[in-house]
Design a protein around this ligand. Sequence first.
Ligand code: ZN
Length: 145
Amino acid sequence: MSQAVDLAVHHDLANAEPRFVAPALVESGAAGAPRLIGGRCAKCGALSFPRAAVCTECMSEEIEKTELAGTGRVYSYSMVHQAPKGWSVPYALGYVDLTDKVRVLAHIDVPESALAIDMPVRLSVGRVGTGPAGEPLMSYTFVQA
Ligand SMILES: [Zn+2]
């Protein structure tokens, strides 16, 4: 059964509390907006997301936790029609190049008819599916900036 993606937060649709997918990857930033948590190499400054164990630029293992830029542009995307159980389909999955040059794979919460390469987007949080107990599955997403 196909179901439209509903990324809005509807706490009244399920008794269960919303569950965040991969909660360690996102935090509420200083301005209250969600920010992705990546890594910054202490030796050469290279950024990574998710936070790398070893720097791909200099092989250092000193990777500090860092807050990444909250805006970027769509590098590429694809519409996903088959997904793990509970995930709402179809949805746009794409790479976003953040303004600090990190490329992030994420849900892009923009209607397919409006989605375009190089579109400016900003980080958000949205519903991506429904868990086994009926709880809303939440994740970081990108929306049109
Ligand atoms: Zn490095």
